[in-house]
Design a protein. Structure first.
Length: 563
């Protein structure tokens, strides 16, 4: 997995681990320097012990020489002096063995020479002891011989002391060299610690700045810029870095999904809005046509009612005349038949008008269905706008995630600052990085707050659109109610026209009965003829009005089809 796909916490922990590794390197260098200094101190301590043992050797040699002169001066102290000589010899041998146990190189060679010289010196001492034992009975000559022997061993003692002094000088030189070497190594360790610390701080700061800017700050700025453009209404903004596997990649993926969903919903909403506008325009046109049709129908029905009343009066007059002229039925029979035919024509016209008005009623029912569908579409648009508002609210969840990541970053920066303060001077650079991380987190928090305000503005605008769509829905509902009222009125007109048709049919039946029973006189026949002319004019008027109604209905249907 690439480093850019790691979690933000992992990246921050990587920086902390780098500083920890740098501190470990400084600690290792310091430990090595201290170990070198400790080793040098041990060597100096060992050299001091060797000098002490060499001084003890020199002391033993001097004591042996002094004891020789003592028992030479006073043979009576021979036994006491011999015990002291044995103790000094034992001490010398023990000290020499200690020195030879860890000596090497030139020091070992000098100690070997000391051992050889000491062996010869011990032989001389033993010889002098034997002379001292013999001098107990011949004091003067023996003492002189003893003194000569002791004086003869002085060069050996001097040689032995010279070797011991040489060993002491060598040991002191080695101790001084070790001290200088320890000092040089201590300075080297100091410089190594300083160089390692400085290099670690520089590399740590560089890596921290690089990681924070390349993998945290800059991607977050890109996300914030994308959110800002989306909040400003730019739904065509392209989201990059979707392949990242960290929290920033998740933010980009969520934002891309939101953009895709918003684009689809916006396109659907625009299409529905266009469709709703078209339906509203068709409904308004249907409303206007219906109102005009209603006025024309009312006028036509009024004319038809007047014609029917006139025809009814004429029929009454014809009935009275028919009673008077019952005798002359044959002369007016043909006229009465013609009148009956005209009444049948009027009845047929009334039936056609009834059929036309029924068709208008069906069209009004269809208009009611159209307005109902427009009402349903408006409700659907309102629901989709509510969904859009919910989608806008989902951005709040993304902002909560950014706020949470920012809070975690600030908490990590605070912890890093505390650890840097605990580390003292060694943590000053890390403290600067921690403060920079905290500043970036504060900037992210401010940007998140700005984006939140923009999202709230989007939500308020969405709520305003929802309110407008609700107003449109109310208008559509009013149109639906008006259409329903018009449809009811049309149904009433259908019923009225049916009643008129029924009455005309009954009039036709009555006319047929009159034809069968007429017997009028010649004068009455003239009156009947005049009445028949009036009935004919009335019938023509009814036919003309029926034709007008048919033409208007045809025009209404054509206009509705065009709408």
């Amino acid at each position: 997995m690439a480093f850019k796909d790691a979690k933000v916490s992992t990246k921050i922990l990587t920086i902390v681990a780098g500083f920890g590794f740098a501190l470990s390197a400084v600690s290792v260098v310091g430990w090595v320097g201290l170990e070198m200094t400790t080793t040098a101190a041990k060597r100096i301590e060992l050299a001091a012990e060797d000098i002490h043992h060499a001084a003890q050797l020199d002391h033993d040699v001097l004591d042996l020489n002094r004891l020789e002169f003592r028992f030479a001066a006073d043979p009576r102290e021979f036994e006491q002096v011999r015990e002291r000589i044995r103790e000094d010899q034992a001490n010398f041998t023990a000290e020499l063995a200690i020195l030879r146990s860890h000596a090497s190189g030139e020091a070992a060679e000098i100690l070997s020479e000391i051992d050889q010289t000491y062996s010869i010196y011990v032989e001389d001492i033993e010889h002098n002891i034997e002379l001292a034992e013999a001098s107990q009975f011949e004091l003067s000559d023996a003492q002189r011989q003893l003194l000569n022997a002791i004086e003869a061993s002085v060069p050996l003692m001097n040689t032995l002391e010279g070797h011991i002094a040489e060993y002491v000088e060598l040991t002191e030189a080695q101790a001084l060299h070790t001290a200088h070497l320890a000092q040089e190594r201590a300075h080297l360790a100091e410089w190594l610690i300083l160089a390692t610390g400085a290099l670690s701080i520089i590399l740590g700061v560089i890596s921290a700045v690089f990681v924070s800017r390349k993998f945290i700050s800059r991607p977050l700025q890109n996300v914030v810029q994308g959110l800002t453009r989306v909040a400003e209404g730019d739904l065509n903004h392209e989201i990059t870095a979707e392949a990242r596997k960290d929290e920033i990649g998740e933010l980009n993926i969520a934002l891309q999904k939101f953009l895709t969903s918003s684009r689809e919903k916006l396109a659907l909403m625009q299409a529905q809005e266009r469709e709703n506008l078209a339906k509203i325009e068709r409904a308004e046109l249907a409303q206007r046509l219906t109102e005009s049709f209603q006025v024309e129908i009312a006028e036509a029905i009024t004319s038809l009612a007047g014609a029917a009343e006139e025809m009814q009066a004429t029929a009454v007059s014809m009935s009275a005349t028919a009673e008077e002229t019952s005798v002359q039925t044959q002369s007016v029979s043909s006229v009465t038949v013609q009148t009956s035919a005209n009444v049948q024509t009027v009845a047929s016209a009334a039936e056609e008008m009834y059929a036309a008005i029924s068709s208008v009623s069906e069209q009004m029912s269809r208009s009611t269905g159209v307005t109902s569908e427009a009402k349903d579409r408006t409700n659907l648009t309102r629901e989709q706008l509510s969904t859009l508002s919910a989608s806008a609210s989902s951005i709040g969840e993304i902002l909560d995630l950014i706020t949470h990541v920012t809070a975690q970053t600030k908490l990590l920066a605070l912890n890093a600052t505390i650890e840097a303060v605990r580390a003292g001077d060694a943590g000053k650079g890390f403290n600067v990085v921690a403060l920079e991380v905290k500043a970036l987190a504060d900037q992210t928090e401010q940007a998140t707050h700005s984006v939140t305000e923009k999202i709230h503005e989007i939500q308020r605008a969405t709520e305003a659109i929802v309110s407008s769509v609700s107003d449109i829905g109310a208008v559509v509902e009013n149109v639906s109610d008006i259409t329903t009222i018009v449809a009811a009125s049309t149904e009433e007109q259908v019923a009225s026209t049916g009643e008129i048709s029924k009455n005309i049919a009954e009039a036709a039946t009555g006319t047929n009965q009159i034809v069968a029973s007429i017997s009028m006189l010649e004068d009455a026949a003239q009156t009947t003829a005049s009445a028949s002319v009036q009935v004919t004019a009335t019938a023509e008027e009814l036919a003309h009005q029926s034709l007008n109604i048919k033409n208007r209905i045809d025009r209404y249907l054509a206009d509705m089809a065009a709408a």
